[in-house]
Design a protein around this ligand. Structure first.
Ligand SMILES: [Fe+2]
Length: 215
């Protein structure tokens, strides 16, 4: 998507009053990027993008810097889910929790246990709900529809596809949906993608972007 990519490379600050400051972008990046920043700033002011408002006492201009931490996976069978995530993602167990704050119990009634597993820099928080209804959200409704993870070599994609079939055919896991992985698609710019479902029927995309570290 062109606009978010531009946004990430163009400095846009948010002031204490929540207004977007563009002058810095003009000074730092020159007139061309400044013009882009003015355009994007209008989008921000029009509510197209959410930006962080800095504390009232803080007059510093700052860009919002986000990093990825984890994906929360809600399942009806934690053992089944845990075993598949450990095996498919070659993940490591990190920690587990079976006592929760009032806030968590209010957000996630019926939560029994939460386990974190980690693969590379990606963490998964796997948890079950005592009143899980085994239904999927409506396909056309609001939802995080898929999670995309990068691989650093093109040959990881066929391996991830092969491993999905291997685990599926092992009979060791219960799958909510039997849909097999997609083929590996290649975009015009050489980016390759593979789509697979986890044991809960949740969709992951794996993508390889040319120019990665192991090329
Ligand atoms: Fe995607």
């Amino acid at each position: 998507m062109d606009i978010p990519r531009l946004l990430s490379h163009t400095a846009i600050w948010v002031c204490a009053d929540g207004k977007v400051q563009l002058n810095h972008a003009v000074r730092l990046h020159g007139s061309l990027l400044g013009a882009a920043a003015r355009f994007l700033g209008n989008l921000v002011l029009n509510g197209e993008f959410g930006m962080r408002k800095i504390g009232e006492a803080d007059n510093e201009w700052r860009a919002l810097m986000l990093g990825f931490h984890h994906v929360g996976v809600q399942t009806d069978d934690l053992d089944n889910c845990l075993n598949w995530y450990l095996d498919y993602f070659e993940a490591d167990f990190s920690w587990q929790l079976d006592r929760f704050s009032d806030l968590t119990l209010d957000r996630l009634p019926g939560i029994v246990k939460l386990i974190e597993v980690k693969a590379g820099d990606v963490r998964f928080h796997l948890f079950d709900r005592s009143a899980h209804n085994r239904r999927r959200p409506p396909a056309a409704g609001f939802q995080f529809q898929h999670v995309c993870l990068t691989v650093d070599a093109a040959d990881e994609l066929p391996e991830l596809r092969r491993r999905w079939f291997e685990l599926y055919e092992s009979g060791k896991y219960v799958f909510a949906r039997p849909d097999p992985p997609s083929g590996i698609v290649t975009d015009a710019d050489g980016t390759r993608s593979l789509y697979v479902l986890d044991v809960n029927g949740l969709e992951f995309e794996f993508t390889y972007i040319p120019g990665s570290a192991r090329d």
